[in-house]
Design a protein around this ligand. Structure first.
Ligand SMILES: [Zn+2]
Length: 113
């Protein structure tokens, strides 16, 4: 299975949040594949909701795909509310020049001081 086929397979296991239709490989436009990363554009072909562009990292390509395994797991979290969005806006507004302190150490490259 090529990287392109693999990415299309992964997304075709997902459902459009707007119309509840399962994505088809046609919903996924591969813009670029570089190493184990693919840049893809997702649009529901049923209701035409545009999900924008995503960068997808692939750990392994090749071998057999088990159709019964759920490769895409979405945490079971409550829906984002209007208040959550306001709170996020306020948080971002108050962020100072030291915003990097919110990024966990393991995600930072070497400090530039
Ligand atoms: Zn849709």
């Amino acid at each position: 299975m090529s990287t392109e086929e693999y990415v299309k397979f992964i997304f075709s296991r997902m459902v459009c949040s707007c119309c509840d239709t399962q994505f088809t490989p046609d919903c996924v436009e591969i813009i670029r594949v570089e190493g184990n990363c693919a840049i893809v554009k997702i649009e529901c072909t049923t209701c035409h909701k545009n999900y924008g562009i995503a960068v997808v990292g692939i750990e392994t390509v090749g071998g057999e795909i088990d159709e019964n395994v759920d490769y895409v797991s979405v945490p079971d979290l409550p829906a984002i509310t209007f208040d959550d969005v306001l709170e996020a806006h306020e948080f971002i507004d108050k962020m100072g020049a030291d915003w990097m302190k919110y990024i966990p150490k393991e995600f930072k490259n070497e400090q530039i001081d």
